[in-house]
Design a protein around this ligand. Structure first.
Ligand code: MSP
Length: 539
């Protein structure tokens, strides 16, 4: 079954069909990835794989945000050139995405020259159309953080805190992109477009931000203050503000204004983007204010403004995961200890999309043991062992006969699909695991070991085992987006993959329908796919 999507498949050129185009935030290359970054990429990957399971062509873009002050500062602290530093961190992200089987199709690295060219073209067009202006700003400036401060940065005593170091008043000339004139248009769009922002409770944050909108967007930084960025095409004394540069990745790596020789996709097959998956911290103002207004300024219509899926944050012990508190968990270490399937499953199962959750390794271990090793792993093992012991591994097609597992499937599929369509992955997994639990209960209630002792019960025994293997086959289809490697192992062990009609075709959701195993189908031997964790690591 050709579900080999773990490998990076960059620069795919799609023909005329509109693809499901999904993106994530591009990660800052000022520090290595942590579990929060991993969560977002797995979430987007699950959505991408689910769309493929439904037969859609997908273009999944992720990447790295390599410019800006933070990267320049971290590079200087490490005694490296910004590019060198960004490249090193970028490699860590790419290695992690490979380990976590993130099936991205395009890689957005903002130091890519093709991206530079698009940013410069966009700036030039906006300038030519008279949509940019230059103005002087006078304000408080943190020398240590190299940024202008506003009243929001003042502490309760009205002063700027220690973290800003020396604060001076300076006057600086910069380029601006108008925002305020679009305030009403955007408020109307947020209110009227049903799926613009998911979950819907986040809409009020955007509407509040629009009400408070203080001024236009400063899109440049003087070269002498920050040189690590994309140079303005019509005013070389300035580089592009990192957010203006970074947001444009969604267009540039989708082939917008591309060089005809380039291998980037055809923009017409991708835009409008179907979904931007982002964290709650970058909804306001970047993705919900700057981005839609930038798109409008570039001439995109309201219908071409993408939908935002805003996820919550993983915290630790109730506080933010951050380098300064030293509570960073390296996802590579976790994958080494538990396997990437277990980490993917945990990240999808232990959080409600849109809400925050608290990370702890003991939660990872208990999900591993209860859901994966006991519920799913044992069911697979027991079923295959019994099929071999009692039926010599060969199944009789009993699809037409009744069982609680067959009866449960339509309800499971309904909850699964409606939850996946709403990006509520945890709820879809709940549906699948309720079916797995029903199968474990069915083993106990039908007691195949007793049926096997009574020759008059052979038909019943065959029916029970067919229904159990059939359930495992269905489960392997439904878990495909979340834990593709484990799903494939299940299919290998039940030997269903050998029966796939088209060798290279991807698996489809329709195959979860009841009765896919043929009469006389022979199952393979059971090998634990989630071996027990070493004793000392058990709680
Ligand atoms: N570079 C910007 C995004 C530019 S998009 C045009 C950025 N980078 S980031 O590295 O700080 O964050 C990348 C993504 O990871 C964001 O969507 C952010 O919300 C997410 N997360 C960072 N920490 C997180 C958690 N602790 N939990 C969940 N997601 C978190 O912002």
């Amino acid at each position: 079954m050709g579900i080999k999507r773990a490998k990076v498949r960059e620069s795919i050129i799609f023909m005329s069909e509109k693809c499901y185009y999904i993106t994530t935030a591009i990660d800052y290359t000022n520090a290595p990835p942590h579990i929060g970054h991993a969560y977002e990429k797995v979430l987007a990957d699950v959505i991408a794989r689910y769309q493929r399971l439904k037969g859609r062509k997908v273009f999944f873009l992720t990447g790295v945000d390599q410019h800006g002050q933070k990267v320049a500062q971290s590079a200087a602290a490490a005694g490296l050139e910004p590019q060198e530093f960004a490249d090193e961190i970028t490699q860590r992200f790419r290695a992690l995405w490979q380990t976590l089987e993130i099936s991205y199709d395009g890689w957005a690295a903002t130091t890519d020259q093709a991206h530079h060219q698009v940013v410069r073209q966009v700036l030039q067009r906006l300038y030519d159309e008279g949509k940019l202006y230059k103005a002087t700003h006078k304000g408080h400036y943190s020398v240590r953080q190299e940024q202008f401060l506003t009243d929001k940065e003042r502490g309760p005593d009205g002063e700027f805190g220690q973290e800003w170091g020396e604060v001076v008043e300076i006057e600086e000339e910069n380029w601006y992109f108008p925002l305020t004139e679009c305030r009403q248009w955007l408020s109307d769009l947020v209110r009227s477009r049903e799926n613009f922002i998911t979950p819907a409770f986040r809409k009020s944050e955007v509407l509040n931000a629009l009400e408070r909108l203080g001024g236009d967007l400063c899109i440049s930084r003087p070269r002498e203050r920050l040189s690590w960025g994309i140079e303005f095409p019509f005013d070389p004394g300035f580089v592009t503000y990192v957010w203006f540069d970074a947001l444009l990745n969604y267009l540039s790596f989708a082939g917008y204004l591309k060089d005809p020789e380039s291998k980037l996709p055809d923009f017409e097959t991708l835009w409008p983007c179907d979904l931007h998956v982002i964290g709650k911290d970058i909804l306001v103002p970047s993705h919900s204010v700057y981005w839609p207004i930038m798109l409008k300024g570039m001439g995109f219509s309201d219908e071409q403004i993408p939908q935002l899926l805003v996820h919550g944050w993983w915290n630790m012990g109730g506080s933010k995961i951050s380098k300064s508190t030293g509570n960073i968990v390296d996802p590579v270490v976790l994958c080494d200890a538990y396997g990437s399937s277990a980490i993917r499953y945990f990240l999808m199962r232990d959080i409600v999309t849109g809400q925050d959750s608290d990370y702890s390794e003991s939660r990872v271990r208990s999900r591993y043991t209860a859901d994966l090793a006991n519920d799913l792993g044992n069911l697979l093992n027991r079923t295959l062992n019994m099929t071999h012991r009692y039926l010599g591994g060969k199944l009789r097609n009993a699809a037409a006969e009744a069982s609680p597992l067959k009866d449960a499937l339509p309800g499971v599929l309904e909850q699964y699909e409606s939850a996946m369509d709403r990006f509520e992955i945890h709820s879809a997994m709940e549906a699948v695991w309720s079916w797995i639990s029903a199968a474990n209960a069915y083993v106990e209630s039908s007691a195949p070991w007793k049926l096997a002792k009574d020759a008059a019960q052979t038909e019943k025994l065959e029916q029970v085992l067919y229904h159990l293997v059939e359930t495992l086959r269905g489960v392997s289809v439904l878990i495909e987006p979340v834990i593709p490697a484990a799903a494939e192992q299940i299919r290998k062990q039940i030997q269903w993959e050998n029966e796939s009609t088209s060798g290279d075709a991807a698996i489809s959701l329709a195959e979860a329908e009841w009765g896919g195993l043929a009469d006389g189908h022979v199952v393979g031997l059971g090998v634990p796919i989630f071996p027990r964790l070493p004793e000392q690591e058990q709680e």
